[in-house]
Design a protein around this ligand. Structure first.
Ligand SMILES: [Fe+2]
Ligand SMILES: [Fe+2]
Length: 326
């Protein structure tokens, strides 16, 4: 029995055998990372906010207005695009935990909006009012809708490819590229001595998202190993094109996010970061890098780098083994 459910109940509901140890290890790590937004008071940030320019405030509003609905869209993707087709209970458990984390992230954005008195309707109407926001959202929701309403037959090559396409758009693109631009944007305020506590909340969200991304990559690589018939050259080209299209959408969006530049950062800077992150994801999926753009925000490499977070996880894992041996 492989990673996919094949239209029947999971055989091992007792979890006697853990097939995908990475899922259980990442679940342990996720639980160890548990946090709640109100652990971090935002009073100092409110003082900063009052002194910020309208353009800076508009950019933060747009960032939250795009990111908050994405938390629910990722959960829709898990509910309709992953859970119905995944067989292994250890992966199901991880995905349930992830859904709670997405809710916690949404509650964090609500906490920030309430504290800073950001107009909720203004923020949340952006996805229909601003074409560049709408384009990103449609790109993501198209694949979720297909998983929810299409007749996906996971016993066919086409069905498995649909499953992978949806993970690419949800995990690799949304959580692994678009959110990283958002983290870099939000943390740029802290780099300038502003919104320090928003920065701490962003660190925590980024730490969760690094694990979500890792699970997505592991699921894709496991499926390609278990069902090699889906990994055609055409499909590989299609996956790479999806990532490149997502970069284009993100770069258009960033022109709207900071049209005149803020915090010493212009659109070109932020879009170079998008290319750098997209290359990382392509390499993680087994493709050569496409852009070869160096990281313009070197400080992100130490603050919120996926690779380091994964290494951190591996270090933790080793220490568990040491403890187990005592
Ligand atoms: Fe999230
Ligand atoms: Fe996530």
């Amino acid at each position: 029995m492989g990673i996919l459910r094949r239209k029947k109940l999971t055989d091992d509901l007792q979890l006697q055998n853990v097939t995908y140890k990475w899922a259980q290890e990442l679940l342990d790590q996720a639980v160890a990372n548990t946090w709640f937004p109100k652990e971090i008071p935002l009073a100092d940030d409110l003082e900063n906010w009052k002194k910020m320019t309208q353009e800076e405030k508009d950019a933060v509003t747009m960032y939250i207005g795009f990111s908050n609905p994405c938390e629910f869209e990722v959960n829709e993707s898990i509910m309709h695009g992953m859970m119905p087709f995944v067989s292994a209970p250890e992966i199901q458990m991880y995905l349930v935990r992830q859904m709670w984390e997405e809710v916690n992230h949404s509650m964090t954005f609500t906490y920030i909006m309430n504290t800073l008195e950001i107009d909720r309707s203004k923020a949340f109407n952006l996805h229909t009012a601003v074409e560049e926001v709408h384009a990103k959202e449609s790109f993501l929701t198209d694949s979720i809708k297909k998983m929810a309403t299409g007749d996906i037959n996971i016993d066919t090559v086409e069905g498995i490819q649909d499953f992978i396409r949806n993970i690419i758009k949800t995990n690799i693109v949304t959580e692994g590229i678009w959110f990283y631009t958002g983290f870099m944007f939000a943390l740029s305020f802290r780099q300038r001595g502003l919104m320090r506590n928003l920065g701490s909340l962003t660190d925590w969200i980024a730490r969760d998202e690094a694990l979500h991304l890792k699970v997505g990559i592991n699921m894709i690589l496991t499926i390609l190993e278990e069902y090699p018939e889906v990994a055609t050259e055409e499909f590989a080209d299609e996956i790479r094109d999806i990532v490149l299209e997502a970069v284009r959408l993100e770069q258009n969006y960033n022109k709207k996010l900071i049209p005149n530049g803020i915090l010493g950062m212009n659109t070109e800077f932020i879009n170079n970061y998008v290319e750098y992150v997209a290359d990382r994801r392509l390499v993680e999926l087994g493709f050569p890098p496409h852009f070869n753009t160096p990281n313009p925000a070197k400080w992100m490499a130490t603050a919120n780098d996926t690779y380091q977070l994964v290494n951190f996880f591996e270090a933790q894992n080793t220490s568990y083994e040491v403890n187990a041996g005592k």
